[in-house]
Design a protein around this ligand. Sequence first.
Ligand code: TRP
Ligand code: SF4
Length: 328
Amino acid sequence: MEKKRIVSGMRPTGKLHLGHLHGALLNWKQLQETYTCFYFVADWHALTSEYADTHIILDSRRDMIMDWISIGLDPQVSTFFVQSEIKEHAELHLIFSMITPLPWLERNPTYKEQLRELSQKDLFTYGFLGYPVLQAADILMYKADGVPVGEDQAPHVELTREIARRFNHIFGAEVFPAPDTLLAPTSRLLGIDRRKMSKSYGNAIYLTDSDKEIDQKVAQMITDPQRMKRTDPGDPDVCNVFAFHEIYTGPETAQEIDRECRKAGIGCVECKKRMAEGLKKGLEPIRAKRRELESDPGRVDAIMEAGNQRARSIARDTMEQVRSVVKI
Ligand code: TRP
Ligand code: SF4
């Protein structure tokens, strides 16, 4: 039997951090074993919020693909492509926009939340409201069976299913299957200030950070806020440093830290130092692979080009079908 197909995208709006790694990329990596995967750089989606200053988008495109390969996504196994290089996405978006009822978009919880959160940008645009329509085009173009996303994107996949059903119904043909949402596990790693890790909060640890940057950031991390003095016992369950230990220094060390922390047998300064060592060690293979790729940008460009071609040939087929049932 043929493998099922999944599609997912990421917006190129800057360097990738540990939130991306543990929230999405490691999941993507695992899915490679079971699915035929299409992973793409969602540069048109980035434009919805970065339209006033687009250089970050172009700068991050190649960077993002290098990060993907560095963490173990394999261009021999999965297809990587750039959304704006497949113009068919724009055409399908336009057709979907004709049949998508406005209230479906206006009541989208992710839309409302983003308007609130990104209030420093003017997002009252046509394109931003239509963001999930473009996303539906990305997904349905490849007739995906599943879409791995975080919780915040689940409403968009739901909308994609509704658009697929409506299209099939209106044009009287089963062109698009309705894809499943493959919910990614949420990352337990918070930013250094204990809020969600995000570029816009300035609290992120990046995949490309140097040892020195990692040491500095870890030293600044907020630990158990109840633990004021060295002699106070701490609670690893509420400590973000501990969450990092569990991943980066391994279960044995984490167990020991857990025990010692609870009886004030270890101080936070010492505990952080040990964690930083584990983190640096854990990130080193990623950074090494990344240096190797940086020394050969032509190779990354060739990978992107090959992926674009594979994606484009599927997109062409889908659009032929779409045009034939829409009759335009
Ligand atoms: N909206 C997604 C995000 O912000 C990115 C995205 C664009 C996407 N198109 C997609 C994800 C299609 C999955 C499938 O994270
Ligand atoms: Fe957190 Fe470690 Fe401090 Fe305990 S000792 S509160 S686990 S940093």
